[in-house]
Design a protein around this ligand. Structure first.
Ligand code: 7TS
Length: 415
């Protein structure tokens, strides 16, 4: 069993980098177990944003004065570091968006609604997706008459790969999948999913909102065509996200936002667009957010994503065992911590997930409860909601012990 002393990351010193851990919740030290919703921010990220506004605030890609050049240099520098972080071939494959949600909508619009999808073409998703990777495809169905199909899960919460094979046809044009489930934690075999998608001539779109923050991601090794993630779940600011797209597929993708900075020429009634990735970044971008995300990536790279991953496996294994030992608690998702990210969803016989979360809050422990924007998965699991604890680099064994102590209180109140 893991102990604080042999965790891969030095949590006490990491915690000192996050100002929020200086505060208390209901007079108790803060135990933050909701990083799957949004992560906390280290001082380096907060300072990077403040530094932009305080020292070199100017718009990017247009000013020829020093201030504007500095802002552009930092903004593009962040793009380069993010490209390196996910092993993209070139920074041109990194599009800044406001979130994973916007990134997936960009793809659904750019290759679906406005792209080459015809009536009867098929899009394969899965039952474990977040709403952000469901609803944009509903738009494609409504606008283009696409047929949506979904890969089911087994009792362990893993995708049924044989069912996936059966869904693929020569009409499959898009396969879309979460790299890691925000409810079950399941890490899906994206490399194999992408390979089989390509065999029938489909593109593979990956929702990596829950993987890029938590494990080493190499877009070239995964072999996917598009991959979306959010800054705020990986120690970065809110309002900044990323769409990775292979350069050739981005060149075939229609832009979502028309406006300034994305054009080559505009005439009355017509326009042509500039190169990728800038054609997808119409309007003044979230400059401070991109720079803040660059600082977050530096912070994570310094910890080492292999160490981050090993840390979360230790914490998850410990939590699975501790929660599994509690009376009336049911844990969802793969039993093997190595098959999942640091997300542990559970229900208690005696109490509704919202009651669990409220009692834990009084104990200073933040967890999420509800459907986690995954209603189709809730329907599949046949539960209205779950409670969910999710771990990150600033969590340790003691946090899980505080969670378990809180759950014992819930049991006392409701049993
Ligand atoms: N995809 C997955 C797998 C997610 O977990 C989330 C957010 C999103 C997409 C959307 O990200 P956004 O940054 O565009 O909002 N997931 C959660 C969650 O689990 N609890 O709150 C937000």
């Amino acid at each position: 069993m893991a102990r604080a002393s042999n965790l891969p990351l030095q949590v006490p010193s990491i915690k000192r980098d996050f100002p929020i851990f200086e505060r208390t919740i209901h007079d108790k030290p803060l135990v933050y177990l909701d990083s799957a919703a949004t992560s906390q921010k280290p001082r380096a990220v907060i300072d990077a944003e403040a530094d932009f506004y305080g020292r070199y605030n100017a718009n990017v890609h247009r000013a020829i004065y020093e201030l504007g050049e500095e802002a552009t240099r930092e903004y593009e520098g962040a793009r380069e570091r993010i490209a390196g972080f996910v092993r993209a071939k070139s920074p041109n494959e990194i599009v800044f968006t406001k979130s994973t949600t916007e990134a997936i909508n960009l793809v659904a619009y750019g290759i679906g609604v406005k792209g080459r999808i015809r009536e009867g073409d098929e899009i394969v998703g899965t039952v474990l997706e977040h709403h952000s990777n469901h609803v944009p495809w509903h738009f494609v169905k409504e606008h283009r008459g696409a047929v949506l199909k979904y890969v089911d899960i087994d009792d362990d919460g893993r995708l049924r790969m044989e069912a996936y094979d059966e869904l693929l046809t020569k009409r499959t044009k898009i396969v879309t999948v979460a790299h890691a489930s925000n409810v079950l934690g399941t890490i899906n075999d994206v490399r194999e999913i992408a390979k089989r998608a390509h065999e029938v001539g489909a593109v593979c779109v990956v929702d990596a909102a829950q993987s890029v923050p938590h494990l080493p991601v190499d877009v070239q090794a995964l072999g996917c065509d598009y991959l979306a993630f959010s800054g705020h779940k990986m120690l970065g600011p809110t309002g900044i996200g990323v769409l990775y797209g292979r350069e050739d597929v981005l060149a075939e993708t229609e832009p979502l936002l028309g406006g300034g900075e994305m054009i080559r020429e505009v005439h009355l009634g017509t326009s042509t667009w500039t190169d990728v990735p800038f054609r997808f970044e119409g309007g003044t971008p979230n400059i401070a957010g991109a720079i803040g995300l660059g600082a977050a990536v530096d912070y994570l790279a310094k910890l080492g994503m292999d160490a981050v991953r090993r840390h979360e496996i230790e914490l998850t294994a410990y939590a699975l065992e501790a929660l599994g030992g509690l009376d009336g608690v049911r844990v969802y998702g793969p039993r093997d911590a190595k098959a999942r990210s640091g997300v542990v969803s559970f229900t208690m016989e005696a109490a509704h997930p919202h009651d669990i979360a409220s009692i834990l809050d009084v104990e200073g422990v933040c967890i999420r409860s509800g459907h986690h924007c995954a209603q189709p998965l809730m329907e599949r699991l046949n539960v209205p909601a779950t409670a969910r604890a999710s771990f990150y680099v600033y969590n340790d064994i003691e946090d899980t012990d505080r969670l378990v102590a809180g759950l014992r209180k819930v049991h006392e109140v409701f049993a």
